[in-house]
Design a binder for this molecule. Structure first.
Ligand code: ADP
Ligand code: MG
Length: 345
């Protein structure tokens, strides 16, 4: 979606990617199939491009630092380093005095015996590489915690207290290199099994909480000297907001800005990379996003992967986005659907 936005602005994109079936391949100027650690490939990318950005938080920091010798990396390496590691992310949020759910670092079997009972029931989350609820196990006591820690391969984790979620919301904002910030209206997100199912933009929540969420997200962006599009996920529980996590990239939530807003979050990322002025974040209607998971491809009597019947979704105000992923898998995000109703319709 970012490559699509760049294409429309007549800006060339070169992609470095390992996946031979990269969905953006057909729209970019050039694609380099390589591992993210390959210095020859990185040097070539470095010499070919003026500015560098990411669409995954899991790019090795060493590679980003290498690229920064050739041109600016947006957002900066420091931002990605913090956001790709829950332990660093939580410590940073604590440092800047933002409210987070109580947690404890689990980095050995020994710490489990001394972990606070107040964190149960809790969720054990791997510090790195988790997404869509992957790398998470719900635990109710220390025995379960130990089993879960072993099951996750004894990698560094956090144990986070499980709280009652009255709502989950997210803020997508864009910040440029002069420190100017613009935010989209917050979205309400509904997750199922840890995966985003639907998202409503704008969301319904008391104005003081929306302003608070915006203030927290802006504080994060300012403290990180963030450059680009950032998404901050919040939990709302017992009339209180908690920062859950930060995504240092546009493809995390709120993709309905493509249909609903003057300038999409994907275009904003391109604009900030190209030093163009930030576009308008004004929303022009209500937009509901539904993620299209691979499950839909198997929802036929034979349970054999086959394309869903898209005709039933063809109605006014509805747009289907398919990412062009080669293989449908249960729980895999294959695309999304947006139902948009304009305020003046
Ligand atoms: P990721 O999005 O990287 O998979 P999250 O930490 O955002 O990881 O967790 C995914 C979802 O699991 C959240 O959106 C929320 O629905 C649920 N969840 C995560 N942490 C908690 C918690 N502490 N209490 C209750 N629900 C949680
Ligand atoms: Mg999340």
């Amino acid at each position: 979606m970012m490559t699509e936005a760049a294409y429309k602005l007549n800006i060339d994109v070169v992609i470095l990617e390992k996946n031979k079936f990269c969905p953006a391949a057909s729209l970019c100027k050039e694609i380099i199939f390589s591992d993210f650690n390959d210095t020859d490939a990185l040097s070539y990318l470095g010499k070919t491009c003026e500015v560098f950005t990411v669409e995954s938080e899991n790019i090795p920091i060493k590679s980003l630092k290498f690229l920064s010798k050739f041109g600016e990396v947006k957002p900066g390496t420091n931002c990605i380093e913090i956001c790709q590691d829950r332990i660093k992310e939580k410590s940073f949020l604590e440092e800047i005095s933002l409210p987070i759910v109580p947690f404890s670092l689990i980095d050995s079997t020994e710490v489990i015996s001394v972990v606070s009972e107040n964190l149960f029931p809790g969720i054990l989350k791997t510090s790195r590489f988790g997404y869509d609820g992957k790398g998470q196990v719900h635990v109710y006591n220390k025995n379960e915690l130990l089993t879960a820690y072993e099951k996750l391969g004894k990698v560094d984790c956090i144990l986070e207290k499980k709280i009652n979620l009255d709502k989950e919301i997210s803020i997508i904002l864009v910040r440029n290199s002069n420190g100017k910030i613009a935010s989209y209206p917050p979205a309400e997100n509904i997750h199922e099994n840890g995966i985003l199912k639907t998202s409503f933009m704008p969301c319904k929540l008391k104005k003081n909480f929306l302003l608070e969420a915006f203030e927290y997200a802006s504080r994060i962006a300012d403290k990180l000297n963030y450059c680009g599009v950032m998404c901050v996920e919040f939990f709302f529980s017992d009339e209180k907001l908690f920062v859950n996590e930060i995504a240092p990239r546009p493809h995390n939530s709120g993709h309905q800005t493509i249909e609903a807003c003057d300038c999409s979050q994907f275009e904003q990322q391109v604009r900030v990379c190209a030093n163009l002025p930030i576009g308008s974040t004004k929303i022009n209607g209500n937009a509901k996003l539904t993620n299209l998971l691979g499950d839909l491809w198997f929802s036929n009597p034979n349970k054999v992967a086959s394309n869903p019947d898209w005709n039933k979704y063809k109605r006014k105000g509805t747009t289907i986005h398919l990412y062009g992923k080669k293989e449908a898998k249960i729980g895999r995000k294959m695309g999304h659907l947006v139902e948009f109703s304009r305020y003046d319709d």
